[in-house]
Design a protein around this ligand. Sequence first.
Ligand SMILES: [Zn+2]
Length: 239
Amino acid sequence: MNSFVYPGVAQGFRPISEQGTHQFQFVPYGTTERGTILEYLPCTQECWLLVFAGLHGEEAEGTMILSRTLRLLRHQPEHTAVILCANPEGMALGTRGNRNGVDLNRNFPASNWKSAPVECRIILEAPRVTRLSPGKTAGSEAETQCLMNLIEKLNPREILSLHAPLGFVDCPQPTPLTQNLSAALGLPWVQSPGYETPGSFGSWCEDRHLPCVTLEFPRESAETLAIRYVTPLASLLFE
Ligand SMILES: [Zn+2]
């Protein structure tokens, strides 16, 4: 294993000895109801792309991959802003929803938001019987409101949302980023996930005519995903 070279090394990225920590300054974009700081990495110039992970607290692989991709970079991104974890309390609790038990990806005030309980699967093979709340009202959660406010402020041209473990690139109308991600990561493009997603972040974006790509990492270990994807993601998202 001594000859193994981690992707990114010797390709103009940061020395691997420095990749253990972040070098860029994250700044708050709000707080949760109980005061946990929500933070993001601003870009240095006009924002073209916002990438975020961890809206579902059970999908830690997205946060880890995005973090490692960011740690490869020598310079702060010029046109890409990053949120490593949009649901930090859910992530800390290891739950899909936030601390209030709300599936944040069903809490956005899209025209299709529904007050009915969200029925999700505890694992892929399970039936959709695990219930979460879509929130008391559309947009009820602080994490949802803060993310919407940040998007209002940054006014990105496109958004990339990281999820797992379905293994596809989802975008109703494929953008160049959709096609590039699909080709570089070897994941199929789909027009929809194949089930209804009322109040999802993607639905909210669609209402606003804001292109939103959902990248669903496949069902692999976080380390396998990192080996496979950090280099192409660094090239696609930050250059
Ligand atoms: Zn998800």
